[in-house]
Design a protein around this ligand. Structure first.
Ligand code: NAD
Ligand code: ISE
Length: 335
């Protein structure tokens, strides 16, 4: 069966995922699109063989030709589209964030629990990256003993004008929070946030930030966000265990030695760094949904947990305090 996907939000990542669903992944076709900017949606649809343009995301979700929904609009719009998809009984892949507040994410957990099976998947693509998967395998094998510290650096060469200081936490570090939970297999329990001397290229942004988190068992996690670092998009991770360490390897297809230097290329942005991870993420999603298995990747609980950490992180950024993270009760649907 070919999974007929409707895409809400045809901006940068929406277009990239449409390309992926159309040209890379097998078993899917994009049959409908919608964007607050209708002109943009029409332009995107004109490049597709048979896609309807809908005036609203709700219309698209109600379209009988749409089997599954992909939400790639701005974060504050996600809650309504995910809830409408659940109400329609349709599988929905939502780019991060699941929703922008803890309360909104809880509504989604409640709605999906009432539905009774998993429909929602959140776009935490790092879990599909081969380096992260190899790092998790090392941790799980016990070869470096129990993890004690995890260092996670998240560096962007630059960010758009509308990027605010909270976004270093809610838009950028949210990936580090999710991947930490996944790598270590436990929840985050507290967070502190401190600002370093500001990078003058970030204008009045507090950048870089250092976040110090504690997991439920006491592992210390250090997340660095540097979002104006210019040299490239650099994602680093290293676990310090009781008997060894394991780190994401430097990437690049060739090691270049020239002019008394040796090095590998650094990607330009997230599209380049995680291109293979997004491909695997979508192939697995299409396969699972088309087979009737439902969503099997990062769940609404994962989206909720990451958002609760973000909320605590923003509070810690403004207060300077150590803020405890209390996730509350985990609904039975999420195991
Ligand atoms: P973008 O601004 O390029 O595109 C967003 C699009 O959503 C725009 O075309 C806008 O017109 C449209 N839109 C806004 N409100 C809408 C509404 N109510 N209904 C329908 N369309 C609406 O942004 P982007 O970079 O593509 O980011 C989109 C989402 O993807 C964000 O949630 C972002 O956090 C996420 N994202 C994830 C990754 C990742 O690595 N997983 C990378 C980039 C962006
Ligand atoms: C962007 O929205 C992403 O999700 C990227 O993966 C992240 O690196 C970037 O900082 C965000 O702005």
């Amino acid at each position: 069966m070919t999974l007929r996907v409707g895409v809400i939000g045809t901006g940068m990542i929406g277009r990239d995922h449409i390309r992926r669903l159309t040209r890379v992944v097998s078993g899917a076709e994009v049959v409908a699109v919608s964007d607050a900017n209708e002109q943009v949606a029409k332009e995107v649809a004109s490049g597709l063989p048979d896609a309807t343009v809908h005036v609203s995301g709700e219309d698209l979700i109600g379209d009988e030709r749409v089997d599954a929904v992909l939400v790639c609009s701005w974060g504050p719009t996600h809650e309504a589209y995910v809830l409408a998809s659940i109400a329609a009984g349709k599988a929905v892949f939502c780019e991060k964030p699941l929703a922008t507040t803890r309360e909104a994410c809880r509504k989604i957990l409640d709605a999906e629990s009432a539905h009774g099976s998993r429909l929602v998947q959140v776009g935490f693509m790092r879990r599909y990256d081969e380096s992260y998967r190899a790092l998790k395998d090392v941790i799980d094998s016990g070869r470096i003993g129990a993890p004690l510290i995890y260092f996670s650096s998240h560096r962007n060469p630059s960010v758009p004008e509308h990027y605010t200081k909270d976004m270093a936490i809610v838009d950028t570090a949210v990936h580090d929070f999710d991947v930490t939970r996944w790598l270590l297999g436990e929840e985050l329990a507290a967070i502190r946030v401190v600002a370093a001397k500001a990078n003058s290229l970030g204008k009045d942004l507090q950048d870089p930030l250092l976040m110090i988190l504690e997991t439920a068992s006491g592992v210390l996690v250090n997340v660095e966000t540097s979002v104006n670092i210019r040299y490239g998009y650099d994602i680093r991770g290293e676990v310090v265990g009781e008997t060894g360490t394991a780190a994401l390897a430097d990437r690049g297809l060739v090691v270049l030695r020239t002019g008394n230097q040796v090095g590998v290329a650094v990607p330009e942005d997230w599209r380049q760094r995680f291109i293979a991870a997004y491909d695997v993420e979508f192939q697995e999603w299409v396969n699972a949904v088309a087979s009737g298995e439902g969503a099997t990747g990062p769940s609404a609980w994962d989206g909720y947990a990451a958002q609760v950490v973000c909320d605590a992180g923003v509070e810690a950024l403004y207060s300077g305090d150590r803020v405890e993270i209390d996730l509350g009760v985990k609904p039975a649907l999420y195991g």
